[in-house]
Structures are given as C-alpha cells and as structure tokens.
Design a protein around this ligand. Structure first.
Ligand SMILES: Nc1ncnc2c1ncn2[C@@H]1O[C@H](COP(=O)(O)OP(=O)(O)O)[C@@H](O)[C@H]1O
Ligand SMILES: Nc1ccn([C@H]2C[C@H](O)[C@@H](COP(=O)(O)OP(=O)(O)O)O2)c(=O)n1
Ligand SMILES: [Mg+2]
Length: 209
C-alpha cells in the first residue's frame, strides 16, 4: 500500500482499461514549495501529463479571453479564481492531451475547487502529494524565481501565504482524513526531494534501494 502504482486503474489481460476514469494525482504545497519543478521530474519518468492550474490561468490571460482581466486581477491579489473557470481549463487540457494519467499541480486550492471538481468530473485523486516547505524558504525561492510573474513580489507573496494557510491547508487535511496524502519534506535540495517523490510513484518491485 501507499504508492501510486497501488491505486492506478485496473487493466484487463489485453491492457484495456477496466476503470475508464483517468488517474489523477493532485500536487499541492505552498507557493514556491517546488510543485512545478518536481512535476517536470515526474513526467520524465512516469508517463503523466502535467497540468498546472496557474499556468493554464496565465495562458488564458495571454489568449485575450473575456475572463483575462478578472483572472489577472485575482492573481495579482493572490486570490483564488472561481472554480468554474479553472475546472473548464483543466477539463479542456485533459481532453486535448489524449492521456489518462494527470498530475494536477496547484489545484484544488480551496474547498470550493475541491468539491466542484469532484462534482463536475466525478474524479477523485488516487494520491495527493503535499510538498511541505518552510515559509522563509518558499519566500526566498519566489523572490528569486525570475519568471516575471506579477505575483512574485513580497506584497502578493504574503497574501498568497495567508490564502495557502486559510484555504489550501484545509483541503490537505480533508485528503489526509481519507488517507490520500503523501507528505514530502520539500525544504531540501531538488534532487533529495525527488528521491522521496520517486518512492511514491515507483511500483514496489521496481524501487531501487
Ligand atoms: N528544492 C528546491 N530547492 C531550491 N530551489 C528550488 C527547489 N525546488 C524549486 N526551486 C526553485 O524555487 C522556485 C519555485 O519553484 P517552483 O517549482 O516554481 O514552485 P511552485 O510551483 O510550488 O511555486 C523556482 O525558481 C525553482 O527553480
Ligand atoms: N487552483 C488555482 C490555482 C492557481 N490560481 C491562481 C492563484 C494563484 O496564486 C496563482 C498562481 O498559481 P500557481 O500554482 O502558478 O502558483 P505557485 O506555483 O504555487 O507559485 O494562480 C487559482 O486561482 N486557482
Ligand atoms: Mg508552480
């Protein structure tokens, strides 16, 4: 018990999916905890499609969509965009990928995100990764991320930390109560964090000790 392989969809002898629902792993953790970095590592090794809710929202702003200004303003304030917008983007990206295994990064970020995703898609995550990182380390990382993001400034970062504690931690607690959370000490260097991540994804028979 405990690895993602243990809860992947069941296949029959010809390899067809018996359970047609996609496998979803939610990747959670505070801003700057390393979600995106570790997702890039995971997709290289384990055949998942990485969907970052934040990246999808930023692409929606760039595309000139009618929701663009609202999304931009909310991101700048560190607030969470209404679920219907984010879920639509996630669903579209899932369909477009053609894959049936997804790492959904930065979602669900509040109870509304969580309940709406489950109601709309009928999908529950197999596992929830929680990158647990010290706030001062996350702050250091965000201030040197250098991606030109409107929300990587100290004022917005403080607001994002507050939203994380007030709205996202309860989602993690919810999944903890269902035994789905795999907590990883994310304050360590990237390679060390990935070693812990690998142990969660690799089937036990293939784990290298
Ligand atoms: N374990 C780590 N140690 C030091 N820096 C890291 C680590 N993981 C990620 N970073 C760096 O910190 C910044 C935030 O990482 P990122 O993966 O974007 O986090 P998140 O998606 O959780 O906000 C990036 O500049 C990234 O290169
Ligand atoms: N489920 C989500 C995910 C992100 N957002 C918005 C609000 C977040 O502060 C920003 C940035 O999210 P993103 O996951 O890219 O940020 P970090 O990688 O945690 O630094 O996007 C959202 O409204 N709803
Ligand atoms: Mg990210």
């Amino acid at each position: 018990m405990g690895t993602v392989a243990d809860v992947a969809p069941i296949k029959d002898t010809k390899g067809s999916l018996v359970n047609k629902k996609p496998t979803v792993v939610f990747v959670l953790g505070g801003p700057g905890s390393g979600k995106g970095t570790q997702c890039s590592n995971i997709i290289e090794h384990f055949g998942y499609t990485h969907l970052s809710a934040g990246d999808l929202l930023r692409a929606e702003i760039k595309s000139g969509s009618e929701n663009g200004t609202m999304i931009q303003n909310m991101i700048k304030e560190g607030k969470i965009v209404p679920s219907e917008v984010t879920i639509k983007l996630l669903q579209r990206a899932m369909e477009k990928s053609g894959n049936d295994k997804f790492l959904i990064d930065g979602f669900p970020r509040n109870e509304e995100n969580r309940a709406a995703f489950e109601a709309v898609t009928g999908i529950e995550p197999s596992v929830v990764l929680f990158f647990d990182c010290l706030e001062e380390e996350m702050e250091r990382r965000l201030l040197s991320r250098n991606e030109g993001r409107v929300d990587d400034n100290i004022e917005t970062i403080r607001k994002r930390f507050k939203v994380f504690l007030e709205s996202s931690i309860p989602v993690i607690r919810y999944y903890e109560s269902k035994g789905k959370v795999r907590k990883i000490d994310a304050t360590r260097p990237v390679k060390e964090v990935f070693e812990s991540v690998k142990a969660i994804f690799a089937p036990k028979s293939k784990q290298v000790h």
